[in-house]
Write a protein that binds this ligand. Structure first.
Ligand code: AMP
Length: 279
């Protein structure tokens, strides 16, 4: 497995491979890898010949400086996991390599930018699209893998692709969960034992909606799911919503074609997100 710290070195590696007709996949990550990330590498291997994983904790997408500071960076462990998974190359630039100078970035990502995560983390998707655009430019992949775990992020990336008319296929990968249902996340290591138990309410509340979808109205489903959070000490719900999966606006009717339940909550001091596609 090759390791690249600069765009120049990465491009020099990729150019002959592309010239020989090989298909390139990019798996962008912020490191602190878990089996969710590895599932993206595995799916990439089914869809391309050469797999590049990027590890970069992108400062411009953090709205809370403390969150950026305490973001885990276990690089040796990450490299061992990628090697084991059969990843071909890792791009791990430093901040200067990606942001050599101060730059302004703003693109129109549509109304959905300001809903859900966008409401709680103002500017987050500008930062996300800024770095993903830079990574796309460095790798020029044929396909790029993103997790359904960050449901809104996938929509925003697709909007960015449209904006720049980029010829990259986005593949959305299913959420990998712990055995008890908790969605895997790099942030889970910050959960205390008590938080770890409390965090199960996220997947439970989403599963409640899936299991009882035919029994209740949309507003009853939301109410009952939200009620599961009442009285859990140390858990603070940011939002629980059943939304249209294309616009992320609250669903108006159960007949809409594309429905997803999404949640964000602070568990202890750690903010977690999760979602389940209803249909
Ligand atoms: P991150 O390192 O958190 O930026 O995540 C990198 C990629 O892995 C993103 O596309 C995430 O959506 C995806 N991802 C994160 N957690 C999971 C999970 N539990 N299952 C599948 N994909 C995930």
């Amino acid at each position: 497995m090759e390791i690249f710290k600069t765009k120049t070195a990465l491009r020099a590696f990729l150019e002959p491979l592309k010239a020989s007709g090989l298909k390139i996949a990019l798996v962008p990550t912020m490191g602190a890898l878990h089996n969710g990330h590895i599932s993206l590498i595995k799916l990439a291997q089914q869809n391309a010949d050469v797999i590049i994983c990027s590890i970069f904790v992108n400062p411009t997408q953090f709205t809370d400086p403390k969150d950026l500071e305490k973001y885990p960076r276990p690089i040796e462990h990450d490299l061992a996991m990628l090697e084991e998974a059969g990843c071909n190359g890792v791009f791990m630039p430093d901040v200067k390599e990606m942001y050599p100078e101060k730059e302004d970035w703003h693109i129109d990502l549509g109304k959905a930018e300001f809903l859900l995560e966008g409401e709680f983390r103002r500017g987050h998707y500008q930062g996300v699209t800024q770095i993903v655009n830079k990574l796309f430019d460095a790798v020029k992949p044929d396909v790029a893998m993103f997790g359904q775990k960050d449901f809104q992020q996938v929509l925003m990336i697709k909007n960015m692709l449209k904006h720049f008319n980029l010829p990259i296929t986005i593949i959305t990968c299913p959420i990998i969960r712990e055995e008890d249902g908790l969605a895997m996340s790099s942030r889970n290591i910050h959960l205390s034992e008590k938080d770890r138990k409390n965090a199960l309410v996220l997947s439970k509340s989403l599963q409640f909606v899936i299991d009882h979808f035919n029994e209740y109205s949309l507003s009853q489903l939301e109410e009952k799911a939200e009620a599961l959070y009442a009285g859990i000490e140390g858990v603070e719900l940011d939002y629980f919503t059943i939304a249209n999966g294309e616009t992320l606006e609250p669903a108006k009717s159960k007949e809409e074609g594309n429905l997803v339940a999404l949640v964000a909550a602070k568990v202890g001091t750690t903010r977690l997100i999760d979602n389940m596609i209803i249909k």
